[in-house]
Design a protein around this ligand. Structure first.
Ligand SMILES: Cc1ncc(COP(=O)(O)O)c(C=O)c1O
Length: 388
């Protein structure tokens, strides 16, 4: 099928849920990706902050290929070495003691919330405005954006209390004897790259400790080096009770997890939760390779340095472009808030050979692979300058 036929076939066979960009991507390498017409793009969105090592990283490809030749799937009825190895490594790198593997960010949050409810025996979850936690009925309820849940309003789970993001007073008011958990993104991604005050997460941690509440951080978008440290909550020096992850964890394979402290993990007993695919040997082999590369190639340092460079260049564009209201972010999760809708800029940038995203209507979001170089950033800035 040619490109046009492929797009028409998608229209015919797929449930109509995505507004896709009008290109069919075919192959990639590093930051570069090519469509079926042979046009080359620099990918500054990395599959919604997933491809942390870029496309076709040789060590990830090698790990997946080798594992595929040995064993792809066995179910959680049996032990598998890549899953156990990755669990140990992640526990050693974080303040958590236990892991549960999932297949997506929503499933990670779903499990995290179930664990908090089961552990505390309570019924209420505090969530924040502009948050994004997923599309299952439970996680869309936790999501602080009406447009995603409005069609299902009669069927949403009970017990979710939404408070304004970055408002500790609102959390204090919302806490009751029934509060099981507070779930928060350390930095909101989908909601517009929103950064809380320095004391927001530490204050939440304190409130949780004082009131016997489970502190859940959703690091689905911010995790695995995206914001500089391995996990964004480290920026604020807090130790949550549960963390949900996905996206960057496997370098592109569908994988997620939630991690918990020993104490909170006790909430689940055999039979309380499960998954057929989660933690399979193939995705875990990929995740082990991702961790190897992140540390051996010092990509967390590259993320901090290139994030600072990209931010500085974007701030520089403000001199010539009044349309930019604010540049904000951490590491390589950067939002450029415009004073008008941003969709048309995404289209023009794509035509110029750059994949970028717009979220929250007017925030251009940049989340390139953590391998991005100064030269690639310079090219983006030249194009963006012209387009704005
Ligand atoms: C913070 C956050 N949580 C959860 C999700 C849902 O992840 P998934 O689409 O893998 O279910 C996303 C997706 O963008 C996210 O950004």
């Amino acid at each position: 099928m040619n490109t046009k036929e492929l797009m028409e076939a998608e229209d015919e066979y797929f449930v109509n849920t995505f507004t896709r960009q009008p290109i069919v991507l075919d192959h990639g390498e590093g930051l570069k990706v090519w469509d079926t017409e042979g046009k080359e793009y620099l990918d500054f969105f990395a599959g919604i902050a997933v491809n942390c090592l870029g496309h076709k990283n040789p060590r990830v490809v090698d790990a997946i290929s080798k594992q595929a030749e040995k064993l792809i799937h066995i179910s959680n009825i049996y032990y598998n070495e890549p899953a156990i190895e990755f669990a140990k490594r992640l526990v050693d790198l974080t303040c958590f003691d236990k892991i549960f593997y999932t297949n997506s960010g929503a499933e990670s949050n779903e499990g995290a919330i179930k664990l908090a409810l089961k552990y505390t025996g309570k019924s209420e979850i505090i969530t924040t405005t502009h948050s994004f936690h997923g599309r299952t009925l439970l996680t869309v309820t936790a999501t602080g954006q009406e447009k995603y849940k409005a069609p299902y309003v009669k069927n949403l789970p009970q017990g979710f209390i939404e408070v304004p993001y970055n408002d500790i007073g609102a959390i204090k008011e919302a806490i009751s004897d029934e509060t099981a958990a507070i779930i928060v993104e350390p930095i909101q991604g989908e909601g517009g790259v929103n950064i809380p005050n320095d004391d927001y997460l530490p204050e939440i941690e304190k409130l949780c400790k004082e009131n016997g509440i489970v502190f859940i951080v959703d690091e689905v978008q911010t995790g695995f080096g995206r914001c500089g440290p391995l996990f964004a909550h480290e920026i604020y020096g807090v130790k949550p009770d549960i963390m949900s992850v996905a996206k960057g964890i496997g370098g592109g394979v569908p994988m997620g997890a939630f991690l918990a402290t020993e104490e909170v993990a006790r909430g689940f007993e055999p039979g309380d939760h499960g998954t057929t695919f989660g933690g399979g040997p193939l995705v875990c082999a990929s995740a082990n390779a991702v961790l190897d590369v992140l540390y051996e190639d010092d990509l967390l340092t590259n993320c901090v340095e290139m994030g600072a460079y990209l931010s500085e260049k974007l701030v520089g564009l403000m001199d010539n472009h009044d349309i930019i209201k604010e540049v904000r972010g951490f590491g390589l999760l950067i939002g450029v808030e415009l004073n008008k809708e941003g969709g048309e800029f995404v289209d023009i940038m794509r035509e110029k050979g750059f994949l970028v995203n717009c979220t929250a209507g007017n925030v251009l979001r940049f989340a390139p692979p953590l391998t991005v170089t100064k030269e690639e950033i310079d090219k983006l800035i030249v194009a963006l300058d012209e387009v704005l």
